[in-house]
Design a protein around this ligand. Structure first.
Ligand code: GLC
Ligand code: GLC
Length: 808
């Protein structure tokens, strides 16, 4: 079943039935100011950091769900409704929500009145705009009222939802004309406030939420709206809000427009005040002036569209399958941008208070984003590297606002350092910019400990070399990519963190997954050394890598698949000798991607075992059989019920590893088969089972051992975005940025005859055509008619070039 449809021409998903199984959201904003917005205008806004600079309040886990947001109310006599349907839930004559690239539009119609509410965050500005138009389609004059409403958060979202004894007494606002200034804590240690304004003279306002709603009031029936009269309340503590009342009279056929803005303003420390108790409003007034007319707002919207046209123009394809095209050209890249911006901080499953940016998460997000804005990827790499410790290990997370490592979680996730190599490698391949290696970057955010980025990579590589266990395999530490495989934790107390309990670095437990990573990204580091002219070090790396491959094939192989790990007692994990979890997905994907056992047959066997043991109709589960008992020595993974999350869920993030591994072995049909199994656009028609948005990937789909097999959770913020983008663009379509140029060597499934693509690479726009060889025709790659050695387009610095690739 579907709740809407794709509109590829406009790059939108159009929801036509508002009662989606879960709120289906979009992200507005691409620099510092962000808004999460659902298909019924629920959501919240924040500046830079969803925990520390929350602008509006949001109650997760609420009843009813998704109550807080950016709703507007239309009062038409006794009928009150919203163009996004909620919170009133009044039945409309028509409804549609269009989620597009950085904007959403709600269109509702009721009793001859149609309303469009277009919401977006302009490029490079800290404001959420609503462009609202109301049209009277009936043949009589109509008197209506429009109400806006937002609820302010007192900045630190965590404190805001826990510390009521203080924060019910701190709220402060000012009102000037139609502009409501939310200035809680501005008098003391903050130099920022938010504003909520409209570009017309308001007929009333409220800033105290309990007065607007009435005692025990609710968002679906605010007193002020039902009565058609705001109270002009000035908040003094309690729960500050922003609400406007606009009285409107529309002749038959007449249209009315109004702009609302929710902005974030910072003032210099020494220029905060206009007078005692009166904030300096200059910057707010400048912001309001920027969007005072319909024309200005439309221009800002068009700029946003141009920005996305350009961003998505860097890479696009045309194939026989519109579902494939819309994922590659639009939604997968869009999600890569969102994960790059958010890491795992703020979604409808991540509260924005729990974690900041993840070290490994952000390094992987880069992989799918770097071709869009390489400069931002570069800056991010340097930020991440600055949270590395001098010994090569790193903070697992950091706060985006402060860029400081998060002490509560600390370090000890032994895969983290290698992801820094992965991210840097991808950046250099994309850009050819080796100067990044010379950038001075602090260790542990301490400028006195600055070293060139190359030194950071060296320590990343050496961290594995110097942390090997009894089988000469990498020590796992607190966990590797799988945060829930906690081999050194032994937690028996409720409430303890599986990630931070126990010694960070057990001297015994080892990870075959990290071994695979070390081989894969170690080779990248070796290559960087060689290109930098450091052959001695490169040779040394090659030796370590060869030893690691040997160790994996000797002690990391179970006979039909790669083992997952050795636990703290040196007992194998992920072996046929165990009763539960005999096989895990991660080492199969990573080791085969690294090429381990490719020549000697283990890689082929491992892939076969994945098909036989882990693959289902909805994707590949993480392990099988699932854990049914809690294993103290394995940690959180065995705490989840069978079939969900890391315990035998279809953890989407590592499905594309298998897709890519298949392409490494030349298994084109198998690679495609798996690609489309978890691909949102391919499973749109089971939206009732899948339940999350059909335009983006989710972290997890319940596996075959779950009673809710096929149901997805944790949409949006997942490494799946970047990895599926790699698996399709690089693995299957075969367009791979390489050090010396762009490689085009597709591994196309048998049903595909070819495709065409546009790829901007290091300043050249390549028009690529891929075709199958006709009988007797030779295969190869031609640039502007000239045949090349192999399948690499040498970087030449032309503006445009046309590339033909003939494959077998
Ligand atoms: C979550 C984490 C990621 C981890 C994965 C598997 O998605 O953000 O870092 O690798 O879970 O546990
Ligand atoms: C939990 C989740 C895992 C996530 C981790 C982050 O363990 O199951 O997916 O990566 O928390 O700390």
């Amino acid at each position: 079943m579907q709740y809407g449809h794709f509109d590829d021409k406009n790059r939108e998903y159009v929801i036509t039935d508002w009662e989606t199984p879960l709120p289906w959201i979009n992200y507005l904003g691409s620099d510092d100011f962000f808004t999460l917005l659902s298909n019924t205008a629920g959501g919240y806004a924040f500046y830079k950091d969803a925990r520390l600079r929350r602008i509006t309040r949001y109650r997760y886990n609420n009843l009813p769900l998704d109550q807080d947001g950016f709703h507007i109310y239309i009062k038409d006599n006794k009928t009150v409704w919203n163009p996004g349907c909620r919170p009133c839930g009044t039945k409309l004559d028509s409804y549609e929500c269009r989620h597009g690239m950085g904007y959403s539009i709600f269109k509702g119609e009721k009793n001859g009145i149609s309303v469009s509410q277009k919401m977006f965050v302009p490029a490079e500005d800290n404001v959420l705009l609503y462009h609202v138009s109301i049209k009277n389609n009936s043949d009589t004059t109509r008197k209506l009222q429009l109400f806006s409403f937002v609820e302010f958060c007192l900045w630190d979202a965590n404190d805001d939802s826990t510390n009521f004894q203080r924060n019910y007494s701190t709220g402060e606002v000012e009102v000037h004309g139609s502009a409501i200034y939310h200035k809680t804590e501005y008098r003391e240690r903050r130099n920022h406030y938010s504003i909520f304004w409209c570009n017309r003279k308001a007929d009333g306002f409220d800033t105290d939420m309990d007065i607007f709603n009435g005692p025990y009031g609710s968002a679906s029936e605010p007193d002020a709206v039902l009565e058609g009269k705001c109270r002009n309340s000035i908040a003094h503590g309690w729960r500050p809000c922003g609400a406007h009342q606009l009285d409107i009279s529309l002749k038959a056929g007449e249209e009315y427009t109004v702009v609302f803005g929710l902005g974030y303003i910072e003032n210099p420390d020494d220029d905060k005040w206009e007078a005692l108790d009166a904030v300096n409003r200059t910057r707010a007034e400048q912001m309001m002036a920027r969007y005072s007319t319909d024309a200005e707002v439309s221009a800002a919207f068009n700029e946003l569209r141009t920005l996305w046209n350009n961003l998505l123009g860097n890479f696009s394809i045309k194939s026989q399958d519109p579902r494939l095209d819309r994922m590659v050209n639009i939604w997968n890249q869009y999600q890569c941008m969102v994960t790059f911006n958010m890491s795992r901080s703020a979604s409808y499953f991540e509260s924005g208070m729990g974690r900041g940016m993840g070290f490994r998460d952000s390094c992987q997000d880069l992989l799918g984003f770097v071709h869009m804005i390489p400069g931002r990827a570069r800056a991010r790499i340097l930020d991440i590297a600055a949270t590395q410790f001098p010994d090569g290990s790193s903070y697992h997370q950091y706060q985006p606002l402060t860029k400081r490592g998060n002490l509560a979680v600390g370090s000890g996730f032994n895969d983290d350092p290698l992801w820094l190599i992965a991210g840097t490698d991808a950046y250099i391949r994309e850009t050819g910019d080796y100067s990044i290696l010379d950038e001075m970057v602090p260790f542990d955010n301490n400028p006195d400990l600055s070293q060139p980025l190359m030194e950071h990579l060296r320590r990343s590589f050496n961290y594995t070399v110097t942390h090997l266990g009894p089988h000469r395999l990498p020590l796992i530490g607190r966990a590797d990519w799988n945060d829930c495989l906690n081999l050194n934790c032994f937690s028996a107390q409720p409430g303890e963190s599986f990630q931070t309990t126990g010694p960070s670095e057990g001297p015994v437990a080892e990870s075959i997954f990290i071994a695979g990573m070390f081989v894969k990204y170690g080779k990248a580091y070796e290559r960087i050394c060689r290109i930098s002219g450091n052959n001695v070090e490169a040779d040394e790396c090659a030796r370590h890598i060869a030893e690691m491959e040997e160790a994996v094939l000797k002690d990391g192989w179970d006979g039909q698949w790669f083992l997952r790990a050795y636990d703290a007692f040196s007992k194998p994990v992920g072996t046929h000798l165990n009763e539960e979890a005999q096989i895990f997905i991660e080492p199969q994907g990573m080791c085969v991607m690294a090429g381990i056992g490719k020549e000697t047959g283990e890689a082929e066997k491992a892939m076969r075992s994945v098909h036989e043991r882990l693959e289902t109709k909805y994707g590949v589960v993480l392990n099988n059989p699932p854990f049914r008992r809690y294993h103290l020595e394995l940690g959180e993974i065995s705490s989840y019920p069978p079939g969900v999350k890391e315990n035998a869920g279809i953890f989407c993030h590592n499905n594309p590893w298998i897709t890519m591994a298949e392409t490494v072995l030349g298994h084109a049909d198998e690679a495609w088969d798996l690609y489309q199994k978890i691909c949102p656009a391919f499973i749109e028609d089971i939206s009732d089972i899948h339940r999350t948005e059909p335009y983006v990937y989710s972290q997890m789909i319940a596996g075959k051992d779950s009673p809710r097999f096929g149901e997805a959770k944790n949409s949006w913020l997942t490494g799946t975005a970047a990895w599926t983008f790699l698996s399709i663009s690089q693995g299957i379509l075969g367009i791979v940025p390489d050090y010396d140029g762009l490689q085009v060597k597709p591994c196309l499934p048998s049903h595909m005859d070819g495709f065409s693509a546009t790829r901007l690479f290091r300043g050249t726009s390549y028009s690529i055509t891929v075709k199958r060889a006709k009988k007797g025709e030779q295969t190869g790659l031609w640039v502007d008619g000239v045949r090349q050695e192999g399948f690499i387009i040498p970087a030449e610095g032309k503006k445009e070039a046309s590339v033909t690739v003939i494959i077998g």
